[in-house]
Design a binder for this molecule. Structure first.
Ligand SMILES: [Ca+2]
Length: 282
């Protein structure tokens, strides 16, 4: 496959008229002509890889991180989505994934499902370092860098027009968000990052600890009991971060100052449906 020459792209882009509709904008020719050739990632983008077709009346509903909506879009191979020109508000958003996937369709319709543990390690048992770095931070950096340049070209933004850029992700997507804002802060105007899955070594132990403790103690607390524990913990630690807002912002101070011993014996109430049968019979 031939690399896409920057001279050819610039010459072709200069001849393109301002797109006035999704059908006019969303063609193979336009997509090939507007793929950025910034020199950032030589060899990754080739002209033969790029295709585009308009999709109308796409409907999404009941997704966890995307509002119910019906919309038109330009489907560009490379998984960059472009809105119809009349709906474009000079905004770019990168979305994260879940589990071991760096992107996922519940984050943005059209995402994909390849998981890191599908490709790591290699078949011969050695480390797939390229996949590791891609998973860690590089793939998202390339996606946003190429995607933002592609967006600017596609909507004919001149150098004085700002393209606002945002990141959104939770869990593994939250970890990816931290990987981007820490390494490439100038790329973003804002980021919504939830529950980042940071510090894998400790995190997996934390996931296991409750089950190990319950098995060891031979006691599984009902949900209502856990709710009481959470409520008492919030009451004790909320203000330690300087603001009584129902959120514990300084878990470190909570661990230092919260004496849970006086909470032993506190009453709590469960509905009959919340108590497991083996507990209700005792
Ligand atoms: Ca607080």
């Amino acid at each position: 496959m031939a690399k896409f020459a920057s001279f050819g792209m610039l010459a072709a882009a200069a001849t393109l008229a301002q797109a006035t509709s999704l059908a006019n904008m969303c063609t193979d020719t336009k997509a090939k002509a507007t793929v950025p050739s910034t020199g950032l990632f030589p060899g990754i983008v080739t002209s033969v890889d790029v295709t585009a077709n308009p999709v109308y009346n796409e409907t999404v509903a009941d997704e966890a991180y995307y509002p119910d909506a019906t919309f038109d879009y330009c489907n560009v191979l490379l998984n960059f989505w472009l809105p119809a020109p009349e709906k474009f508000n000079n905004r770019w958003v990168s979305t994260g994934g879940f589990g071991f996937a760096i992107n996922y369709e519940t984050s943005m319709p059209g995402g994909f499902h390849v998981n890191f543990d599908d490709v790591f390690p290699l078949a011969n048992g050695t480390s797939n370092l390229n996949a590791l770095y891609m998973f860690g931070y590089q793939a998202h950096h390339e996606m946003s860098s190429i995607g933002k340049a592609f967006t600017r070209n596609s909507f004919d933004l001149d150098d004085s027009t700002k393209l606002y850029a945002y990141y959104q992700g939770c869990s593994e997507g939250g970890r990816e968000g931290f990987s981007q804002v820490q390494r490439f802060p100038d790329e973003w105007d804002g980021a919504v990052i939830g529950a980042p899955a940071l510090r894998y070594g400790q995190q997996q132990v934390y996931h296991l600890f409750p089950q190990v403790a319950e098995k060891t103690l031979n006691y599984t607390p009902p949900y209502c009991e856990l709710e009481k524990i959470v409520s008492l913990t919030i009451s004790a630690c909320d203000v330690l971060d300087g603001k009584a807002d129902g959120v514990i912002g300084r878990s470190d101070l909570c661990k230092l100052h919260f004496d849970f011993n006086p909470t032993v014996g506190e009453e709590y109430h469960c509905s009959s449906s919340e108590v497991p049968p083996n507990r209700a019979a005792q």
